[in-house]
Design a protein around this ligand. Structure first.
Ligand SMILES: CC(C)(COP(=O)(O)OP(=O)(O)OC[C@H]1O[C@@H](n2cnc3c(N)ncnc32)[C@H](O)[C@@H]1OP(=O)(O)O)[C@@H](O)C(=O)NCCC(=O)NCCS
Length: 253
């Protein structure tokens, strides 16, 4: 696809995000996403604290911008058994250290879209995940109306395995999310009748637990509980009260 908005022929390169990217990274997240991320998240990204990241830069940009971010992806390794999709993977319970890679944020500056940059960034994540024998999948959430992103994941052979009702709360309104998975290292979803039954029971148990937790929460009138369990970097309750846009984790939208 040809992008009419950039006048020069870009030379796109990929590298890890580094401390000098902090300001641009924060600005891009604020420009691109409808949710706000706290400082701790950005610090963790630029210092590679529990988060892996890749930046896309255009080496042919003039006036000292040749190393400035024009795209990014951030991700983290999580223990499979601690995620909401642990039940959707066949894995050996005798190996509790099995992991997944969760894509937290992905974005490309508007003028550089439709050039294959997001596809390349995701390929970097898949390559990284595949390099860990214990890792069985890359997964992410996407808000249900984000058609470009949904097309991208489908085109890259991610499987949509779940629709999570009301997963996002943005400006007081709930939106569903889709959960997309890309299996690596022989990871796969259950397929024999017994495996499907075990997965279904496990899913129903976790759903019942969620409903029970919500009921308890309503009874107690306590503040909002985190909805996205994979991300340990939760926006603080104090910070959330000050936001017009609310999000309980650093998940992609
Ligand atoms: C979604 C996003 C990351 C795509 O980035 P991109 O660099 O333009 O994507 P690519 O050029 O790599 O596109 C790869 C594929 O995605 C799909 N795609 C990308 N943009 C699309 C659009 N606007 N409409 C339909 N499909 C689209 C296409 O299938 C495309 O393949 P093709 O070119 O062979 O048709 C970008 O639009 C973006 O930053 N959006 C805002 C932030 C966001 O939504 N992030 C994802 C949150 S989960």
């Amino acid at each position: 696809m040809v992008n009419q908005k950039i006048s020069h022929r870009p030379t796109i390169c990929y590298r890890p995000i580094q401390p000098s990217d902090l300001e641009v990274l924060e600005r891009l997240h604020a420009d691109i996403f409808p949710i706000r991320y706290e400082e701790e998240f950005f610090q963790s990204v630029v210092h590679a604290r529990d988060i892996v990241s890749w930046a896309a830069v255009d080496r042919s940009r003039p006036n000292g911008h040749s190393d400035e971010l024009i795209g990014f992806v951030t991700a983290r390794i999580v223990l499979a058994k601690e995620t909401e999709i642990g039940d959707l993977l066949i894995y050996d319970p005798l190996k509790p250290d099995q992991t997944l890679v969760y894509i937290m944020t992905l974005g490309v500056v508007e003028t550089y879209r439709n050039l294959g940059i997001a596809r390349s960034l995701i390929r970097q994540v898949i390559k990284y995940a595949s390099s860990f024998p214990t890792c069985h999948a890359v997964y992410l959430h996407v808000i249900s109306y984000n058609i470009p992103a949904i097309h991208l994941y489908k085109k890259m052979s991610f499987k949509c395995i779940r629709r999570l009702q009301g997963f996002y709360l943005i400006n007081g309104q709930h939106y569903d999310s889709f959960l997309f998975v890309y299996y690596v290292n022989g990871g796969c979803s259950p397929c024999s009748p017994l495996e499907l039954l075990v997965a279904a029971v496990s899913y129903m148990t976790s759903s019942l637990k969620t409903v029970a937790a919500r009921l308890r929460k309503n009874e107690e009138e306590s503040p909002k509980l985190p909805k996205c369990k994979e991300t340990n970097f939760l926006i603080s309750m104090q910070a959330k009260r000050n936001l017009t846009t609310e999000c309980t984790g650093y998940e992609c939208v």
